[in-house]
Ligand binder design. Structure first.
Ligand code: V47
Length: 388
């Protein structure tokens, strides 16, 4: 019996274990009990059990590049260190040619995804974003464009006076492939007001994703933890995502995002405290257990460090995300992780965790790349044999 093997000191985990083994859905109260449990190993073991049932030893990674076309933002979210007012030091906005140049920097045929997000610029017209997508697609036709958070999409509806569906249709027609999961933060209104009162609320965030899913676009979802949120806020957030997924089945991956406090207003409220490894692993594990209808849970190494992300592969995560050439949002907030991870480094992290690496594209289709080419500047020439 799994629970006997867990040998847990936390009896609250017994009924949860039985449900997990029977494949039954966990409740709000179960979620809170999991977050409150001191027995991280038992919670992680359960999450790993679910992850292995779904994916076996397969662990995904991809080769992507982040592009942040502007950091100028009309919002002043207390959680954010990235956004700048137009005349502030460090504010930048790429013109289209500049954005295309950035996309091409360090270019390699290995890149399968551009992850594009930026600030809510007060002057750029909606046509800028459509032209950005169209221009990138023309120049890099094989690359999947995962672009614009629900917060950005909602902003474009205001500046272009279009509906969510119309904005997404124009972006899709230009080459948009899917939506990233950013901007979700914490849905619970009282906490959301404290951390990002300038952002759209939960209903609008969910509406943008629902609309995208109805149009056949996949998307991801995130949750920002480790600031002023409660256990109940986290569970509420996860259950709202689970409910939308029941309806649309359009989410691919959930990514728990650890709050980085440096250079943020919110950091003052939290005493600039970083999260602990315990909390990082707990968030991965509980997400795997509550989000029974999400195919993938990402351990985003760039924010949780490669070391913790690697351990997370045995606490419910099945995806390490990517090579991530150049990342600004976390690094402006104090992340000290390197901004590039090579394919062989990712493969080593996965293999040493006893898992089998599987390179994927954005839609989780296997990328068959038995031998890296000579000009693969994010890899090396060693053959990478994977499960898929
Ligand atoms: O929406 C902002 C978060 C997000 C801070 O979809 C911060 O595949 C920590 O959404 N400390 C952007 N977090 C990143 C994101 C993402 C990352 C990786 C993969 C995917 C995906 C999406 O970063 C923002 C916000 O939630 N963020 N400031 C901060 N100080």
């Amino acid at each position: 019996m799994l629970f006997d093997r867990l040998n847990s000191e936390d009896t609250a985990l017994l009924p949860i274990t039985e449900k997990v083994l029977a494949g039954e859905r966990l409740t709000f109260e179960d979620g809170v009990a999991l977050f409150r449990s001191p027995d991280l190993l038992a919670v992680g073991y359960l999450a790993h059990h679910v992850r292995q049932k779904r994916h076996g030893r397969r662990t995904y990674f991809n080769v992507n590049r982040h592009i942040n076309p502007t950091n100028v933002c009309v919002a002043s979210c207390r959680l954010c260190a990235f956004g700048r007012k137009p005349d502030a030091a460090g504010a930048y906005t790429m013109d289209l040619e500049g954005a295309f140049r950035t996309a091409g920097q360090g270019w390699t045929e290995a890149i399968t995804e551009f992850h594009i997000v930026g600030g809510l610029h007060p002057e750029l017209p909606f046509s800028y974003y459509v032209d950005l997508i169209r221009g990138l697609k023309e120049r890099f036709p094989t690359v999947h464009l995962k672009a614009f958070t629900a917060v950005e999409v909602a902003y474009y509806t205001r500046i272009a006076r279009l509906s969510v569906k119309e904005v997404l249709e124009r972006l899709k027609e230009a080459g948009l492939g899917s939506l990233p999961g950013g901007g979700a933060e914490i849905f619970a209104p009282a906490t959301r007001r404290k951390i990002c009162d300038h952002k759209i609320g939960a209903a609008m965030w969910l509406r943008v994703h629902r609309t995208a899913h109805q149009m056949g676009l996949h998307s991801n979802a995130t949750m920002l933890y480790g600031h002023v949120e409660s256990d109940e806020d986290r569970v509420d957030h996860l259950i709202r995502l689970r409910e939308l997924q029941d309806e649309t089945h359009g989410f691919q991956a959930f990514i728990p995002l650890k709050f980085h406090p440096d250079h943020t207003e919110l950091g003052k409220d939290t005493g600039y405290r970083d999260t602990t490894g315990f909390t990082d692993l707990k968030n991965v594990a509980v997400a795997r257990l509550l989000l029974d209808n999400f195919p993938h849970i990402k351990a985003y190494w760039i924010m949780m460090t490669a070391r913790v992300a690697q351990v997370a592969l045995r606490f419910g995560a099945d995806d390490l995300d990517g090579t991530v050439v150049e990342e600004k949002i976390y690094h402006d907030a104090g992340a000290t992780t390197p901004q590039v991870m090579t394919r062989p480094q990712l493969v080593r992290l996965i293999r040493e965790a006893g898992q089998e690496p599987c390179e994927r594209d954005t839609l989780y289709r296997p990328v068959v790349r038995p031998i890296c080419s000579q000009d693969d500047s994010v890899g090396d020439s060693a053959p990478i044999k994977t499960l898929c």
